[in-house]
Design a protein around this ligand. Sequence first.
Ligand code: HEM
Length: 233
Amino acid sequence: MTLHLASSNGSPVVTRTWKNPSTPAVQRVKWALILLGMLPLLRLVVGFFTDQLGANPIEFITRSTGTWTLVGLAVTLSITPLRKLLNWPWLIRLRRTAGLLAFFYVCLHFTTYIWFDRFFDVEDIIKDVIKRPFITVGFAAFLLFIPLAVTSNNAIIKKLGAKLWQRIHYLVYVIAILGVVHYWWLVKKDLTQPIIYACVFAVLLGLRVMWKLRGTTAGVKIAVPPVTKVSRS
Ligand code: HEM
């Protein structure tokens, strides 16, 4: 994308490229990401009402929302490496949106479980969380997700300060690992999918460790979103 802006008042001509898109262009990309992120939900809603989710729609919804949580986490963790490799600093402005989409799907995943699988039976849910290790790990990942979502708005980032905010947001790595362990433990036969996710997260986390060892801390620190420039996400 290259956009040449001619100026009539003598101010310098701005050349827009993928490296420095305008703020409205970044907003459009953000909205495209949100719309894209809503497609799996749309598919579930349409499939549910048209009876196309197979013999066990609840299992289908649980699996789909679990999968999209992992995909959302992978996209969120890919943003910093992509930003560095492509030298597109603006990508950082998409990270919060991607993270919130992952949180949205884990909420749907958890709601499907407590509503349609356990019928809001709190005692039964507690027993299940204690008894089945894959549920214990998934539940822990879900709980760790909450502080990330709660601290994702500009006012809280300002209040907490960059250091504390960054520390809280390191939890995303723990969540990704727990998410893969949860998936790995629940799969009975074919481990291909969990192995693929484990490899993807290993690469994404490995890159950060490599940057840290090389001393380029910019790749390791979770960059604080530009609170003054971005008002919505
Ligand atoms: C970050 C948190 C979590 C992630 C990333 C995640 C991810 C996944 C994935 C990828 C699947 C399997 C999808 C497939 O079979 O294709 C799954 C299934 C499942 N998850 Fe989660 N999950 C999370 C949290 C939770 C929580 C909090 C619960 C409930 C307390 C839960 C309960 C389940 C159940 C019951 C299944 C279906 C198991 C089966 O089909 O036998 N998950 N999850």
